[in-house]
Design a protein around this ligand. Structure first.
Ligand code: URA
Length: 225
């Protein structure tokens, strides 16, 4: 994964790179000065980057969730299902209470987003994802024990493939599809899931059981690699 310009794994909270997202941030700051309103940093385990074996790549912060609280998926509807499932499978400890100070910690896992700033209507443009990608590349490069990348949704899948320097056609997105990949020569897996969004769970595209099945695959892969 090339990172020729030595981009850090986390953008500055007031990252200026995407004009539309900066405008939207300013609007939110004006209306809600008490919210986080910045590029949301990845959330990792207390032991640090070296302890991360699983990284979960979401799409982008929700306006009243991660953009408000400053922690990925925290306060977002999608976070209720994500954190409950991670707790059940041993990738988180404590209690999730939709607040960054709820005391929840991650275990062997990290959560990040393909785009770090909240986009209007939850829809980042392709250009914004491209602009934000060096941070994803750098983030993936920063994890020496990484074995499994979980992609939440097709956009995350596509951006992760690009971050890995792979063609988007190289791996087909599918719910609970497990793909063998190599991370700097080390065997690893990329595992897809439908995004745990309110829309997907309300329409029945994604059930709790289906989401759980993906974490079963993740645990199997982590054991096998
Ligand atoms: N919140 C996030 O942080 N990421 C998502 O993909 C959705 C909600």
């Amino acid at each position: 994964m090339a990172n020729p310009e030595n981009i850090p794994p986390e953008p500055a909270p007031d990252c200026p790179l995407c004009p539309r997202l900066v405008d939207y941030r300013r609007e939110n700051e004006a209306a809600h000065p008490d919210w986080f309103n910045g590029a949301v940093p990845s959330f990792g385990p207390p032991e640090g980057d070296k302890a991360v074996e699983l990284i979960i790549v979401g799409l982008a912060p929700g306006v009243q969730g991660a953009n408000k609280t400053g922690r990925p998926f925290t306060g977002d509807y999608a976070g209720d299902l994500l954190y409950a499932t991670m707790l059940r499978h041993g990738f988180a400890k404590g209690t999730y209470d939709a607040r960054p100070d709820d005391g929840l910690t991650l275990h062997r896992a990290m959560i990040t987003n393909a785009v770090r700033c909240v986009p209007p209507q939850n829809k980042p443009t392709g250009g914004e994802a491209t602009t934000c990608r060096p941070f994803l590349v750098s983030r993936l490069n920063s994890l020496p024990a990484l074995k499994v990348i979980m992609c939440l949704g097709r956009i995350s899948h596509d951006n992760t493939l690009s971050a890995l320097g792979m063609k988007r056609s190289a791996l087909t997105f599918g719910h609970n599809a497990v793909h063998d990949i190599s991370l700097d020569g080390r065997p690893a897996a990329l595992i897809d899931s439908y995004h745990c969004s309110r829309y997907n769970t309300n329409t029945g595209r994604l059930t709790e059981e289906m989401f759980d099945d993906v974490f079963v695959s993740i645990r199997e892969r982590l054991k096998a690699i």
